[in-house]
Each structure stands twice: as structure tokens, then as C-alpha cells.
Design a protein around this ligand. Structure first.
Ligand code: SF4
Length: 228
């Protein structure tokens, strides 16, 4: 397990819970708006942080924090992800896993193993156009399988899409709605490139009214859709 970062406290990353955030290093996607390039691009990797110290910190937060979010990068790339999740569960934390959904077998293992309480899966683009945003030539079937797995409802989950209006239009977002039809929660995330450390500084924020309008239309496909 390679950790690239630790955020010691967040009120915003686990629905309804206080949490710490662990950032794993390495990702198989290259989204142009990525806010964590130091976890994605090997030439930009920063020093890894100590797992021992991180676990000691969390041990001291038992009873003070509700949860731990494991994010990336892509956490499912880490071979020993289940071992970490077991340790977090033994400490009594609720566990949220953020994933790009490209490793459905791993996702299955941690869900049926009871190692995660909440999964947030990024939906980068309509399945038919995935590479436009992921910027890698990978098969889309694993993404489809992860969507189907979460739709089974074995664990609480959300789907979410970062909306870069240079890459996705309304038609694309409605196509995503079709891809995740029946989902409980779907969030459109506003891209704020001016705050990002991303690799494409030319990206712009999009119009909030337009996004709200699209979220309303997506309500046909999912139980809840909103902008954040
Ligand atoms: S999947 Fe997430 S971490 Fe990986 S490149 Fe895309 S935005 Fe960055």
C-alpha cells in the first residue's frame, strides 16, 4: 500500500460523518481536470507517507472521528487494499471508498467482505465515449460491471461526474443517466479549474443554472440527482 497523502479531518467527504481521508498513490486514468496529479503522474509523485504513522494517528482518533475515506489516485490498484480496510474496520471506523470503477472484482471483494460502508464511483463520461475523459485506451466493460454491482444495492453508494463543459455536454450527461438508470444518488460536480492543480489550466467552470437544469432532467433516470 502506497499512501501519498493524509487529510486529518473533513466534514465534507463522507455523507453525514466526520472523517479522515487517505490518498493512495497511482491511477490508471489520466483525466485532464485531475485535482491530484501528484498521485497520478509518476514524474509528479511526492514523497509517500508512512502507513505506520497514519495508522497510529487513526488509532488516536478512535471515538473522535466517525469514518475514514480511502481515495486516490485509484485505491483499487493497491494489492493490499483489503488489508488496510480490515484494519480501519477493526478500529471501528465507517469506511468510504472512492473509485473510478475499473476494478469490479476488487470492488466485489470489499463489498461482500463487509469492508466498506459507502462507495463513491466516478462516472467519467457516457460508456460509449469513456476514453474522451479518462484519456486512456482501456475497455469499458469493467466500468459497466462496477455500475451493475453498485446498482444491486449491497452497499450504500453514489455515482458522480465531474462536469467539464469542454468534454461533456447535456446529451452526454443524459446518456450517463441512461447508463446508470435506477441509481439511488447521482451528483454532478462543478469543475473549478481555477482551484485545481490540474494538468489543463485552460479548463473553465460551467454555468450553474445550466447544470441545475441538467440535474433536473436526470431525475428521470435516478432517484436523486443534484449539483455540488
Ligand atoms: S480517476 Fe481520479 S485520480 Fe485518476 S486521473 Fe481521473 S480524476 Fe485523477
Amino acid at each position: 500500500m502506497i499512501l501519498g497523502g493524509l487529510q486529518k479531518f473533513s466534514l465534507a467527504d463522507y455523507p453525514g460523518k466526520t472523517c479522515a481521508i487517505l490518498f493512495t498513490r497511482g491511477c490508471n486514468f489520466r483525466c485532464p481536470y485531475c485535482h491530484n496529479p501528484e498521485l497520478v503522474w509518476p514524474e509528479r509523485y511526492t514523497q509517500k507517507i508512512s502507513m505506520e504513522n497514519t495508522l497510529a494517528f487513526l488509532e488516536n482518533r478512535r471515538g473522535l472521528l466517525d469514518a475514514v475515506t480511502v481515495t486516490g489516485g485509484e485505491p483499487c490498484l493497491q494489492p493490499d487494499l483489503p488489508d488496510l480496510l480490515v484494519k480501519l474496520k477493526r478500529m471501528g471506523f465507517a469506511v468510504k471508498l472512492d473509485t473510478n470503477g475499473s476494478f469490479p472484482e476488487k470492488l466485489w471483494d470489499v463489498i461482500v467482505g463487509g469492508l466498506v460502508d459507502y462507495v463513491a464511483m466516478d462516472i467519467k463520461a457516457p460508456l460509449a465515449k469513456y476514453a474522451r475523459v479518462s484519456a486512456v485506451d482501456l475497455p469499458v466493460e469493467p466500468i459497466r460491471a462496477s455500475i451493475a454491482l453498485l446498482l444491486e444495492g449491497r452497499v450504500d453508494y453514489e455515482f458522480r461526474t465531474t462536469v467539464d463543459c469542454e468534454l461533456l455536454d447535456e446529451e452526454d450527461l443524459l446518456a450517463i443517466g441512461e447508463d446508470i438508470r435506477g441509481a439511488r444518488k447521482y451528483y454532478l460536480q462543478k469543475l473549478n479549474a481555477y482551484d485545481a492543480k490540474g494538468v489543463n489550466p485552460a479548463l473553465r467552470t460551467q454555468d450553474s443554472d445550466w447544470l441545475q437544469d441538467v440535474a433536473l432532467k436526470l431525475g428521470v433516470f435516478v432517484e436523486h440527482c443534484s449539483v455540488r
